[in-house]
Design a protein around this ligand. Structure first.
Ligand code: ZN
Ligand code: ZN
Length: 121
């Protein structure tokens, strides 16, 4: 009698692998939010569902593809502290950070002031 290969077992292994990949893609943010209290790790600001989108997941080793399921590479930071964290990191590596771009883009708030002042009644 010829023993058939255990396809059921194989199928299960494939299914497991697929499910693991799906869970990885499900989003480390959700996992991190389940795992940690909703508090910024730097400024200790507390978050609720209302402002939760301002709480972000920082990767301690700055590698977004490194997401161990125990959460050891994740740290919850508010957007401001997260920004700081990354500009510090960029400073270390000599990369460019442009914190003033937004300010420049808003233009000159006094651009129209001269016109307003010289306008005669
Ligand atoms: Zn913060
Ligand atoms: Zn980060």
């Amino acid at each position: 009698m010829i023993k058939k290969p255990d396809t059921a077992k194989l199928d299960r292994i494939v299914a497991d692998a697929r499910r693991n990949a799906e869970q990885r893609d499900l989003g480390y943010r959700e996992q991190a939010l389940k795992m940690y209290p909703w508090i910024c790790g730097r400024c200790q600001r507390e978050f609720t569902r209302v402002n939760l989108r301002e709480l972000t997941v920082h990767h301690r080793n700055h590698d977004h593809d490194f997401n161990p399921s125990d959460g050891s590479n994740w740290e919850l930071l508010c957007v401001y502290c997260h920004d700081n964290e990354h500009s510090r990191y960029l400073d270390h590596t000599g990369g460019a950070s442009k914190p003033n771009d937004a300010a420049v883009a808003t233009g000159n708030p006094f651009a129209d002031l001269k016109g307003l002042m010289t306008r005669k009644p």
